[in-house]
Design a protein around this ligand. Structure first.
Ligand code: HEC
Length: 143
């Protein structure tokens, strides 16, 4: 009985959440949204690699990937593409700011990991995901 009730509540909570999607729509051309989604999947891949490398104690390699894939060095990847394919300029300014803060945080993480200090690197890991969570809870793309 408890299980049935739990399932029912879970389904109910799920549908309530879907009905009340309070995230702000970030309208952008299809090409820009597609590029953003591709970049997102690459970010998740990079994050996974960084976690594995930190767990294995390969801090300098983790630092390299963090800077190259998530850090300030990863900004402006689409600069040479047509305007319609560039996600950044189509984002609401507050959303863009979260993105930039995320890149800066990843560069800071990279700096810490490059120092080779395992304790400090582990302590800094959550700073890699704060912007991901902050943005995902606030914004969505057109379907
Ligand atoms: C500035 C905003 C922003 C930041 C920062 C951000 N994302 Fe996203 N991400 C989005 C939006 C918007 C979507 C589309 C969500 C939707 O429409 O439901 C998305 C979608 C995704 C998706 C799904 C891609 C697909 O194929 O549809 C993944 C995976 C993802 N993000 C990973 C990440 C990770 C990992 C980070 C942090 C390292 C991150 N994102 C940071 C805005 C952001």
């Amino acid at each position: 009985m408890k299980t049935v009730l739990f399932c029912l509540l879970t389904v109910l909570a799920g549908s309530l959440q879907a009905a009340e999607d309070a995230r702000t729509l970030a309208p952008m051309p299809a090409a820009a949204a597609a590029n953003l989604r591709t970049e997102m999947r690459a970010s998740l891949l990079a994050l996974n690699e960084i976690l594995g490398l930190v767990a294995a104690g390969a801090l300098r390699q983790a630092a390299e990937i963090a800077e190259r894939e998530l850090g300030v060095s990863a900004m402006g990847k689409h600069r040479s593409q047509p305007f319609d394919a560039r996600p950044g300029p189509h984002m609401p300014p507050a959303m863009h700011a979260i993105g930039i803060d995320g890149h800066k945080a990843a560069s800071e993480f990279a700096r810490i990991a490059a120092s080779g200090d395992r304790e400090k690197t582990i302590a800094a890991l959550p700073t890699l995901t704060s912007a991901c969570v902050g943005c995902h809870y606030s914004y969505r793309l057109p379907q």
